[in-house]
Design a protein around this ligand. Structure first.
Ligand SMILES: *Cc1c(COP(=O)(O)O)cnc(C)c1O
Length: 428
């Protein structure tokens, strides 16, 4: 590997990287006194250094103002969620009034399904993918049960073909068409957490709508990772978490998107709470729920300011870098890591592993999922010993995600080197 891909080359790429400066604004977890090769930003992003100050400011305001802080603090808590609408809109490709930072991902999925999964007559089915994130599967099955339906009959699961690892768009479209008038809602992961496959969300949305279904996406692995145009694609609803690619703290506040045609629908059935009530009259505390006609209508509770303070610190960095520049670097960084992995695989006798993530840029974000036959967990452990923080998924997948905001080409090189040495150890 060193002959074809010298370390100097990686360093040169870093020196030329216009986003190079962002790494220094994060805490990179340490291994034996030096930066680890942190490739698990798809699970929990690194901590922005500014996060602490942002929280401290809110703590100070709470200490000095108490309840007055709702209106009198530097950033009034009563409208704290509003500070995210512009940034989130840019990240997911939506109007600011179509997004809101709120709640947690799985709970938000339930909340949105309450409005967007309304089985009626023979239109009762939900369509999802095999190997959806378990929480999504649990959520969908329980939604069916809440409506007295049977997940065995009413959940349509799209699977990769025999011997393949990825979903084919044609198979998804065919399933939608074949079940056309029986599908109420399509809900899929925009980027699959296991394979790293990025779905063609626009085509799926069009097909779903043509069949008369509502179409939503779980964007946990997509938001902040790949370009999204939710509004223009006409997606009905979406939800994501902010602690993966958006670096906004473990269990930090999540977010939702709802297309304006639904936000503005006064007849929309929803699970209401006081924070979704018309702002002008919220504090009149009237019994009748009058929704704000934006995505804010879905808020049930007042804003969790402390985790939102971290979210602000993180999204400020996204605003500064810009999704376009991040994607441009991401394409190069991931392709570089892929080359290194493939050349190590070529050089190393007797090991059998493959990258199951699509090789086409438009079908993936920054994650690569390495499927290892045979060496599996031992390889993962050997990598961990060498300072790689990656992610192991049973039965035999190692997921690595070079994140353009804080990972470097040198990180990729060091990963390739650690991979090579680990394989040599395992072979001897
Ligand atoms: C990470 C992830 C979750 C996690 O859900 P939480 O409610 O935030 O714990 C759910 N779904 C998908 C697709 C994920 O990737």
């Amino acid at each position: 590997m060193n002959d074809i891909h010298p370390l100097e080359d990686a360093r040169k790429r870093d020196a030329e990287d216009p986003l190079n400066g962002f790494r220094g604004r994060f805490h990179i977890p340490q291994h034996n006194g030096q930066d680890s090769i942190y490739f698990t930003g798809n699970s929990l992003g690194c901590m922005p250094k500014e996060a602490k100050r942002y929280i401290e400011e809110e703590l100070e305001d709470w200490a000095s103002l108490g309840v007055e802080g709702h209106f009198e603090s530097r950033r009034p808590w009563v409208k704290y969620h509003e500070f995210f609408s512009e940034s989130l809109g840019r990240i997911v490709g939506a109007h600011p009034h179509e997004v809101v930072a709120m709640g947690s991902l799985t709970a938000n999925l339930h909340l949105l399904m309450a409005s967007f999964y309304r089985p009626e007559g023979s239109r009762t089915k939900i369509l999802c993918e095999a190997k959806a994130f378990p929480s999504d599967r649990y959520a969908l099955e329980s939604q069916l049960k809440i409506h007295g339906l049977d997940p065995k009959k009413d959940l349509i699961i799209i699977r990769p073909r025999e011997g393949e690892h990825l979903l084919r768009t044609e198979d998804i479209l065919e399933a939608i068409e074949a079940n056309g008038d029986r599908i109420a809602t399509v809900l899929m992961g925009g980027v699959n957490y296991y394979s790293g496959q990025l779905l063609d969300m626009k085509t799926i949305t069009d097909a779903g709508h043509k069949a008369g279904a509502i179409v939503g996406f779980d964007l946990a692995h997509a938001a902040g990772n790949v370009p999204l145009y939710l509004h223009d694609w006409g997606v009905d609803f979406a939800a994501w978490c902010s602690y993966k690619y958006m670096n906004s703290s473990p269990g930090g506040v999540s977010g939702i998107y709802v297309h304006e045609r639904h936000c503005q629908d006064r007849e929309l059935v929803q699970m209401a709470g006081w924070w979704g009530h018309d702002k002008e009259s919220r504090f009149l505390m009237d019994d009748e729920f009058i929704p704000i006609l934006t995505a804010e209508r879905f808020q049930q509770s007042n804003a969790p300011v402390m985790t939102m303070a971290v979210h602000r610190a993180a999204l400020d960095l996204f605003d500064e870098a810009g999704m376009e520049a991040l994607r441009a670097k991401s394409l190069q960084l991931t392709a570089y890591l892929e080359q290194l992995i493939l050349s190590v695989a070529k050089e190393t006798e007797g090991v059998d592993f493959e990258i199951i993530t699509p090789s086409e840029a438009e079908q993936r974000g920054c994650q690569l999922s390495i499927l290892s036959h045979g060496v599996g967990k031992a390889l993962f452990d050997a990598l961990t010993e060498k300072g790689v923080i990656a992610d192991w998924r049973e039965p035999n997948v190692i997921r690595v995600a070079p994140v353009p905001l804080y990972n470097s080409y040198e990180d990729c090189w060091r990963f390739g080197d650690a991979l090579k040495r680990s394989l040599q150890e395992l072979a001897s």
